[in-house]
Write a protein that binds this ligand. Structure first.
Ligand SMILES: Cc1cc2nc3c(=O)[nH]c(=O)nc-3n(C[C@H](O)[C@H](O)[C@H](O)COP(=O)(O)OP(=O)(O)OC[C@H]3O[C@@H](n4cnc5c(N)ncnc54)[C@H](O)[C@@H]3O)c2cc1C
Length: 797
């Protein structure tokens, strides 16, 4: 029996690389009353058998940033703790077998440079020189990342644990957490076989067991385990101790040197789920059965790339289970269901690489009570309770593992475990040729196919097969009228005597407007950055409907609750599922709707709403447009949706999200998660007009904005069009001024009304003002090709 303390400020559950990194960083921030409980031994879960690759470049810049920090930490930790992490900066190569992969690598070079990651393009021969065992005659080229490397997962974990202990953390092995205590919506401690520990904060770093730990206290931790495999061989000709890591994503495989031989593993396109009956409690330092059938696709590809493997002895087959999330990004942050309960789990086979940065970000979040940087791609609030369904997770995880090396085409949709959430119009829209995408589980029409060859998306980096369909929808919206099913909009009711005061403090605009007002506003954090961008409809004195992005329901409801004063008379409820939203947009929209209603629609002023009759239904008509055209968003009770649709649709073009995106980018409308993130302020976004500094009581973020007012802006969102009607931009491209990188494209589309590509970019520098934007020569880097770009002070006509 271990003598456990009865109280700790923070209890961390799980002694893998993530739990120990969190403990290390908490103590570094001065939070020393930390207890880490590990049911077996440190690193005995998934960490011990990881291959230890640390590759910096990821699909989201925040994840890259976290790993960049990891590489520095892993190099330096030995000086502090005296324990080596096994860090070796051997560099890494990624090779391309196809032209498309090479285009991707060239796009990657541009974005890597924008993020300060050193990178170089190599010819096949140059790649072969760096990696002699490799066959190169079938390659198109490669990229070289000298800052990448590898670490020893067990040594790293021990070194982090020692660093935490040195500053006061207590790390106890052989103690299993069996329950989570809570009271009044707050975590209060943990139960173990050796007794209870009360705690202000509990951190779930339980690896594959994190979902189970979440279920103990009503918290969703959506992830599922899958088998992940690699082999270690005897010596292979050409392999030497300083050999870089090598990835061949077209063959789904990676390699690193291991005592004169190779460690070869990969991410096969269809993974093998594991742990359907739950993860066994006793699974320390264990592996699963070898599965050469599952491994075959990797082995075949490895033999193509490294012919010398044919003669090499296979010394060991590692088949270890690892947890994967529905979108292949990990899960970080405070659970929206339970205050004080934090999660750092679901590391999708990149936990070694990510642990340094993720542990620091999680520790800062705990210490500050809010994220200190933009963590949205890994924020646990991007998922909802329905994502925790085990059958859905099981079916989704088969696809997730392979996503590491799947070609990340622009607009790529995940195919598995769908359809998931469907609007009331799903079947009707399917008969009209809807081609579906998905967001927050919703099936949403991206566009409507006009011919059989548009029925499914054919991905490419160039113009895709839906271009003409989206163009027709875009033009119809600008010239006549089109119907969009926007039912996936998240809708939150905020009600109660203190609802106005609460919302007014959380929103940057003044919400104290007459009943019937529709107020466009940001919700900001203390740094003045965007937590969300939304519309508040004042339905009554004490009743507000917050209409926000499809992915934002859990996040925004949590943000409102987190910032509601203790004891305030306010209820927040998610009513997304009660209301469909049909947007009828275009110059003919108001007239057309008027023919179906006895209400006077001309009496509804811009940025207001009213309850109107429409056919047999009674709906809320909101005069607001994301397309920048006349029209209404109709909020329709779900059971009346089909009736309203049938009354409307005869005369309308159906339009989808691709058209909506090109319409809004043309008009310069910023979108949350693209241009608007938690590290961009309204001034930087060009949305200062939507902030009311003078409203009584102020608002969250006001002080930060006042400090910024009148100061030079170091970043700014700006609109640029691109010369060359046929050029296809997707977002992520590098922006250059006078040949020097100054930013990147956050959103891009073809501007069908203006006849050329149109973008919204984030521009960075010492003083980004209008004079800076109006002078200089701007270009975009499109996979190595430079295109002239023009800044627009106002959206082009
Ligand atoms: C074959 C393979 C190769 C990999 N290669 C790489 C790689 O090259 N690079 C990379 O970055 N990542 C790699 N990974 C992924 C990496 O190993 C994981 O992402 C990482 O180890 C996860 O760390 P963790 O701390 O979240 O989980 P774990 O290491 O599993 O730690 C969680 C700990 O929580 C403990 N625990 C659980 N429940 C309780 C409880 N109730 N009470 C107390 N303790 C509890 C467990 O015993 C466990 O020790 C690989 C994974 C596999 C399977």
């Amino acid at each position: 029996m271990t003598d456990l303390p009865t109280h700790a400020r923070v209890v961390i559950v799980g002694g893998g690389v993530v739990g120990t990194s969190t403990a290390y960083h908490l103590t570094k921030l001065g939070v020393r009353d930390v207890v880490l409980l590990e049911q077996a031994q440190l690193s005995s879960g998934t960490t011990w058998h990881a291959a230890g690759l640390v590759g910096q470049l990821r699909g989201h810049s925040v994840m890259t940033k976290l790993i960049q920090y990891s590489t520095r930490l892993y190099a330096d930790l030995v000086e502090e703790t005296g324990l080596h992490t096994g860090w070796k900066q051997c560099g890494s190569l990624s090779v391309a077998r196809s032209d498309d992969r090479m285009t991707l690598l060239r796009r990657t070079i541009a974005s890597a440079r924008a993020q300060g990651v050193e990178v170089e393009e190599l010819s096949p021969q140059e790649a072969g020189d760096k990696w002699p065992p490799m066959r190169v005659d079938d390659l198109k080229g490669a990229i070289w990342l000298p800052g990448d490397g590898k670490a020893n997962p067990t040594d790293l974990t021990q070194s982090l644990a020692k660093g935490a202990r040195m500053r006061g953390a207590r790390i106890v092995e052989g103690v299993r957490v069996t329950g989570i205590a809570q009271a009044h919506g707050r975590v209060t401690g943990v139960q173990t076989a050796q007794g209870h520990i009360s705690a202000d904060i509990v951190v779930n770093c339980a690896g594959q067991w994190a979902r189970k730990l979440g279920l103990m206290c009503g918290v969703s931790v959506p992830m599922h385990s899958a088998e992940h495999m690699y082999i270690v061989t005897g010596s292979v000709p050409g392999v030497h101790p300083d050999l870089p890591v090598m990835r061949d994503p077209d063959g789904y495989i990676y390699f690193k040197e291991e005592v004169g031989g190779l460690c070869m593993g990969g991410f096969e396109p269809v993974a093998k789920p594991w742990g359907m009956a739950g993860i066994p409690d006793h699974f320390a330092f264990q592996l699963l059965e070898d599965d050469w059938d599952q491994f075959e696709i990797l082995m075949e590809n490895a033999l193509i790339r490294v012919p010398g493997l044919e003669a090499a002895e296979v010394k060991k087959f590692y088949n270890g289970p690892e947890s994967f999330t529905p979108d292949n990004n990990f899960l970080l942050g405070e659970a929206p269901e339970l205050k004080g309960f934090f999660i750092g789990a679901g590391f999708n086979s990149m936990g070694i690489a990510s642990a340094g940065g993720a542990g620091r970000a999680l520790a800062e979040w705990i210490h500050e009570g809010a994220p200190t940087m933009d963590l949205w791609p890994v924020d646990i609030r991007r998922f909802a309770g329905f994502n925790n369904n085990p059958t859905w997770l099981h079916d989704r995880v088969k696809e997730t593992l392979g996503m590491h090396y799947t070609m990340p085409w622009p607009n790529l949709e995940q195919d598995s475990a769908r359809p998931f959430r469907r609007s009331a119009l799903y079947d009707r829209l399917a008969t009209k040729g809807a081609v579906w995408g998905t967001k927050m589980g919703w099936e949403r029409a991206n566009y409507f196919a006009r011919s059989p060859d548009q029925a499914t998306i054919r991905y490419s980096f160039g113009r895709q097969n839906w271009h003409d369909a989206a163009a027709a929808e875009h033009i119809a919206t600008r010239t006549t009228a089109a119907l969009f099913d926007l039912s996936s909009f998240a809708k939150l009711m905020v009600e109660g005597r203190d609802a106005l005061a609460t919302l007014n403090r959380i929103c940057a605009a003044n919400i104290d407007r007459p009943i019937g007002a529709s107020i466009y506003t940001g919700m900001l954090n203390a740094r003045g950055g965007y937590e969300s961008d939304l519309t508040v409809m004042r339905l009554g004195m004490d009743r507000f409907m917050v209409v926000t992005g499809s992915a934002q329901a859990v996040h925004d409801a949590d943000h409102i609750r987190q910032n509601t004063a203790e004891g305030a008379h306010v209820w927040v409820s998610d009513v997304t599922n009660a209301w469909s939203v049909l947007a009828v947009m275009g110059p003919d929209a108001p007239g057309l709707l008027q023919t179906l209603s006895r209400s006077d629609l001309s009496a509804i002023a811009p940025a207001t709403h009213a309850t109107i009759d429409l056919g047999y239904a009674t709906v809320i008509a909101n005069r607001m447009s994301y397309a920048g055209e006349a029209g209404f968003e109709l909020f329709v009770p779900v059971e009346f949706t089909l009736g309203v649709y049938d009354a409307l649709q005869g005369e309308l073009t159906h339009a989808g999200y691709y058209a909506l995106d090109s319409l809004r980018i043309e008009k310069g409308f910023r979108a949350w998660g693209r241009e608007l993130t938690s590290d961009i302020t309204p001034f930087e976004a060009g949305l200062g007009f939507a902030v009311d500094f003078d409203k009584p009581g102020g608002f969250i973020g006001r002080d930060a904005l006042l400090a910024q007012r009148g100061q030079p802006l170091r970043q700014r969102i700006a609109q640029f069009s691109v010369e060359g009607a046929g050029a296809q931009l997707w977002g992520g491209e590098l922006l250059l001024r006078n040949g020097v990188p100054v930013g990147k494209v956050m959103s891009a589309a073809h501007g069908h009304s203006i006849g050329r590509p149109i973008t919204l970019c984030r521009v960075e520098g010492d003083n980004i003002d209008r004079a800076y934007l109006a002078s200089g020569t701007f270009e975009m880097d499109l996979a190595g090709q430079r295109l002239a770009a023009t800044w627009h002070a106002k959206p082009p006509e």
